[in-house]
Design a protein around this ligand. Structure first.
Ligand code: F0G
Length: 459
């Protein structure tokens, strides 16, 4: 008997479809010019398969939609808030909850409360909005991720891990008093969706406890991280995703969440914290920036969809199919010899633009260029995650990140396996004509988070 494998498959079927516009090459060329070669500035109507982000782009379930109809739109004390609060406590274990309109709303409030001018915030690689809020609050981000994370070819199973020696050096140099917290992301986005191990988290907890430093968890993609722990870490293969998620959270003191990813909603986020004093201040501050503490910028129905989405996000069947689809796409790209970040991460495929376009120097934006070329080829929209996203230091100099990547981010429960084939084929075709591709220059640069609105011209 042949040993036939068990494929992953979706634990759902399709009830409604959204029709897409197919474009021609001349139409895409024009659209790209109008957008200044920035995929963020394309009209979504001109996009066939949208892999710009997995943020807010998930398909909600029938149950979530039913929950939307149960919205209690009272200004204060909405029933949906109490449901969400209960689900967050039960699923993640954090004590106190403040809803926010999305992740950066929580980052803003938390940074303002915990960071003083001159503070140092070590973290396992930066994320754009997270670091900016830390800087705006007067802090300085220091990268303490393991070196392997900066090497796209390195197959380390937990490239999201913290290098405790790097942290210890910072503690010795600045003193623990100047480090309000360590900023820890699960499924490190900018490293390619790479997980942190439970062992590393436990070690970090022991170290920070000794020095009286908090751990704040960016839990945007915690369920995907849990999947890799279940797959790769000793002692976790029999544990459920739900229990792994809760254990991860238990080693941290609080979290910011963009529920637009893991939690399967189109809008929403929260700040969760175990410390009553921080909670009290956050509950007060949220009124200034987001809305009353029982809605935080969200409609009651949004909170209900989030509460239900959180439950669905920690289901083993869901996460296996979710990450399974990403891995399917990655393996197809490898078949076409497209250079991608390895191991394949949880929320998308990250193409190594430095390797793809070795003749384009980083100042000429290889990843931005490649994202434009992919769109031109097939109408697939991807995102630059390199020098443009990295931005400038507070002193005005450019950051030059080691990783110069194009992210093919997969929305949850949205596209089919045939779509994955089309995407990989497009990357393969562009790779075949890579030598004829020239870089670009930036002709407009906004002050904050420039990647969203910058414009380029072809050289
Ligand atoms: N943290 C991480 C790890 C993220 O990926 C994001 C958003 C945020 C925080 C901010 O959350 O968008 O809800 O305000 N990432 C999106 C992305 C934008 O495309 O990766 P937000």
């Amino acid at each position: 008997m042949k040993n036939i494998k068990h494929s992953w498959a979706e634990p759902y079927k399709i009830k409604m479809v959204e029709l897409l516009k197919m474009t021609t090459a001349p139409q895409r060329k024009k659209a790209l010019q109008v957008a200044g070669y920035n995929t963020f500035l394309l009209k979504s109507e001109d996009v066939y398969i949208d892999l710009l982000t997995d943020s807010g782009t998930s398909a909600m379930s029938d149950r979530q939609w039913a929950g939307m109809m149960m919205g209690d739109e009272a200004y204060a004390g909405s029933r949906n808030f109490y449901h969400l609060e209960e689900v967050v406590k039960e699923t993640y274990g954090y004590k106190y909850l403040i809803p926010t309109h999305q992740g950066r709303g929580a980052e803003n409030i938390l940074s303002k409360i915990l960071i003083k001018k001159g503070d140092i915030i070590p973290g396992n690689m930066y994320f754009t909005t997270t670091r900016l809020h830390q800087e705006l609050a007067g802090g300085k981000f220091e990268d303490i991720i393991i070196d392997e994370a900066h090497d796209p070819e390195n197959n380390h199973p937990f490239k999201g891990n913290v290098d405790l020696e790097k942290l210890d050096k910072l503690v010795k140099k600045y003193g623990a008093k100047r480090i309000p917290y360590v900023s820890i992301a699960t499924s490190v986005n900018m490293a390619g969706g790479q997980p942190i191990s439970m062992k590393n988290l436990k070690d970090l907890r022991a170290y920070t406890r000794k020095h009286g430093i908090r751990i704040i968890h960016d839990m945007t993609r915690v369920a995907e991280n849990a999947y890799f722990i279940q797959e790769r870490e000793k002692g976790y293969d029999k544990k459920t995703i739900r229990s792994i998620v809760k254990e991860i959270c238990s080693y941290t003191d609080g979290a910011t969440m963009s529920a637009k990813k893991d939690a399967l909603v189109n809008i929403g986020g929260f700040l969760a914290i175990n410390d009553w004093d921080v909670f009290e201040e956050a509950r007060n501050m949220v009124v200034v920036y987001e809305g009353l503490h029982t809605y935080g910028g969200l409609a009651g129905r949004d909170m209900e969809a989030m509460a239900i989405g959180i439950g669905e996000s920690v289901s083993d069947d869901h996460i296996r199919a979710r990450v399974g689809q990403v891995i399917y796409l990655g393996n197809k790209m490898i078949e076409y010899e497209v250079p991608i970040v390895k191991p394949i991460g949880g929320h998308g495929i990250f193409v190594d633009a430095k390797k793809f376009l070795p003749h384009v120097p980083q100042d000429q934006y290889p990843a931005q260029t490649l994202a434009a070329e992919i769109y031109l080829d097939s109408g697939v929209r991807t995102m630059e995650r390199g020098i443009v996203s990295s931005g400038r230091k507070p002193n005005g100099e450019n950051y030059y990140p080691k990783l110069e990547l194009v992210r093919f981010t997969i929305p949850r429960r949205v596209y089919t396996q045939a779509h994955m084939d089309v995407i990989a084929e497009s990357a393969g075709r562009v790779y075949e004509r890579r030598k004829s591709i020239q870089g670009m220059k930036m002709v407009y640069e906004p002050k904050y988070l420039r990647f969203f609105q910058a414009k380029f011209e072809k050289l």
